[in-house]
Design a protein around this ligand. Structure first.
Ligand code: TXA
Ligand code: MG
Length: 319
């Protein structure tokens, strides 16, 4: 089976909703990256996500909802969560919350944890598909485990086209990297993954975010050192490029001499760089080059998430 790619018309959205409700996998656009969606209340459907992605073990998934009321039906939103939801949802922010007791979410979605990651995406097509399905949708990024997240429908088709019933195409993702994940399941708010929502936008509402609690030891795939990995080695903070290297540039001043160069943002804009990051990493990841050299990128604002993904792409490979 090669999946059909349909543009995001009302018909395609309705069809996606029917397929999801029937337990099928559907790839759907969000503002961050494309997701591999399944009915979050259907354990068998969720199991198909793990099989399609070849995730090495069952790691918890994000449950996507179309309204804050739907979030409250599956998880417990405390005062901090309500404040973040009010100000930053819909948007590229995922909250890890205590699961609602006796909620409808399949245990496998949460990997058996008593917490649940919940996100209300900003992309109108994502919300329309969730509404059409009539239930929360579990959706990891629609890539094989350990690979770069897809920001275009054709990237999904190349990696998972055989494994999904339908890919809904709404063009390239505007944010281009995954949601920020904040853990509110305990008294200390923690930043588990920097992403499309600035740390500062969160901290102004609920105070400073602590780092990950390493002792907690959830080996979340997006949190492993080597993740988002292209096939080629990645060299960071490159000020020059060799003639057999591909150069991922940033800003107006680009060193000459690389075999190929793509510029994340010639004007040095971090939002533009985030939107281009995964597409350009994919484009440069060709056997013609020895490695991908990446110019330094400031760590402010969205730069925190960009540098996080680049460090993972450059980390020694696992398995
Ligand atoms: O932007 C995004 O968040 C995209 C789009 C499709 O919404 N989704 C995404 O999902 O990036 P995924 O599965 O690739 O990354 C979700 C991360 C994983 O690292 C997972 O382990 C972690 O969230 N996670 C999920 N539930 C968790 C929980 N209860 N506690 C801690 N981490 C959790
Ligand atoms: Mg992922």
């Amino acid at each position: 089976m090669t999946a059909r790619i349909l543009p995001a018309t009302d018909d395609a959205i309705a069809k996606a909703g029917r397929l999801l409700a029937a337990g099928e996998l559907v790839a759907l656009p969000t503002e961050t990256v494309y997701g591999l969606g399944a009915d979050a209340t259907n354990g068998a459907a969720v199991a198909a996500i793990f099989a399609a992605k070849k995730r090495p073990r069952f790691n918890p998934l994000i449950a996507h909802v179309a309204t804050v009321a739907a979030a409250r039906a599956i998880a417990q939103l405390d005062d901090r969560a309500e404040r973040l939801a009010e100000a930053l949802w819909p948007g590229p922010l995922t909250l890890v919350l205590k699961r609602a007791p006796d909620g409808p979410i399949a245990d496998l979605t949460a990997a058996g944890l008593d917490t649940l990651a919940v996100r209300l995406p900003a992309h109108p097509v994502a919300r329309a598909i969730i509404e059409a399905a009539g239930r929360p949708i579990a959706a990891p990024s629609a890539n094989r485990s350990g690979k770069v997240s897809p920001t275009r429908a054709e990237d999904v088709a190349a990696e998972l086209g055989q494994r999904v019933a339908l890919i809904v195409d709404a063009g390239p993702c505007a944010v281009g990297l995954e949601s920020t994940i904040v853990d509110l399941s305990g008294p200390t708010a923690r930043l588990l993954r920097p992403g499309g929502t600035d740390r500062a936008a969160i901290e102004i509402l609920i105070g400073p975010l602590a780092g990950k609690d390493e002792a907690q030891g959830i080996t979340a795939p997006g949190m492993m050192k080597s993740h988002y990995a292209p096939a080629l080695p990645v060299r960071l903070d490159a000020e020059t490029a060799a003639t057999d290297e591909a150069l991922l540039a940033f800003g107006p001043t680009v060193p000459p001499g690389a075999a190929a160069t793509l510029n994340l943002s010639p004007r040095g804009d971090l939002a533009q760089a985030a939107a281009n990051l995964f597409v350009m990493l994919r484009a440069l990841d060709r056997p013609d080059y020895r490695s991908i050299a990446v110019m330094p990128i400031p760590a402010t604002g969205l730069g925190e998430a960009i540098n996080d993904r680049l460090q993972r792409a450059a980390a020694p490979r696992q398995g």
